[in-house]
Write a protein that binds this ligand. Structure first.
Ligand SMILES: [Fe+2]
Length: 192
């Protein structure tokens, strides 16, 4: 994935830093409305989303991070994803909290819980417990770190989608974990 690290002039980075210092639940409670306001901000749309529309319309294949803006020491990471039609993630989690909101189009999210106790290395038994489409009007979805945020995200439509994601500070060495429920497998995922 090619994520150009850029500065986002309309983003209050001081506020992002203050959010990233909060306990997880409190951080998510502030991050979600922040992201909704950001996605609805005409200056953010014109500066960061509209320039990606043509690129998104021509995109095919896997999803990718088109823009990335991070605080020092992984304190937070703000990323803009492009979802070509039929693109999808693996089932995965993150080693940080996260919130995301669609700016263009919509994505389908499936959420999972673990049925095992996590005691066996590389083993995870999952159960899907929710599916939901997310569009701009639906606000922001959120995930807790690790087992609290196991999800799959994809774009099942014929139109591209663009979403904006905010991740908090990492709580572990790795980026998160990937799951394969067909063989009850889980493994660490390093940052690309
Ligand atoms: Fe995710």
């Amino acid at each position: 994935m090619n994520a150009g690290t850029v500065t986002l002039p309309v983003v209050d980075t001081g506020y992002l830093e203050s959010i990233s210092e909060l306990p997880t639940e409190l951080a998510i409670r502030q991050a979600a409305p922040f992201l909704v306001r950001l996605v609805e901000d005409p200056a953010f749309f014109e500066g960061e989303i509209r320039p990606l529309l043509e690129e998104a319309r021509g995109a095919a294949g896997d999803w990718y991070v088109a823009r990335s803006f991070g605080g020092k020491d992984h304190i937070y990471s703000l990323q803009v994803f492009i979802w070509p039609p039929s693109s999808e993630t693996k089932i995965h989690d993150h080693s940080s909290w996260g919130v995301y909101c669609c700016a263009v189009g919509s994505v389908l999210e499936k959420r999972y819980e673990r049925l095992d106790d996590g005691s066996r290395l590389d083993h995870a038994r999952l159960k899907e417990f929710r599916q939901r489409m997310w569009s701009k009007e639906d606000g922001a979805s959120n995930v807790l770190p690790h087992d609290g945020g196991i999800h799959w995200v994809g774009n099942p439509s014929d139109e591209p989608a663009i979403s904006v994601h905010l991740y908090g500070p990492r709580l572990g060495e790795v980026d998160g974990r990937d799951y394969d429920p067909s063989c009850d497998y889980v493994c660490d995922r390093s940052e690309d």
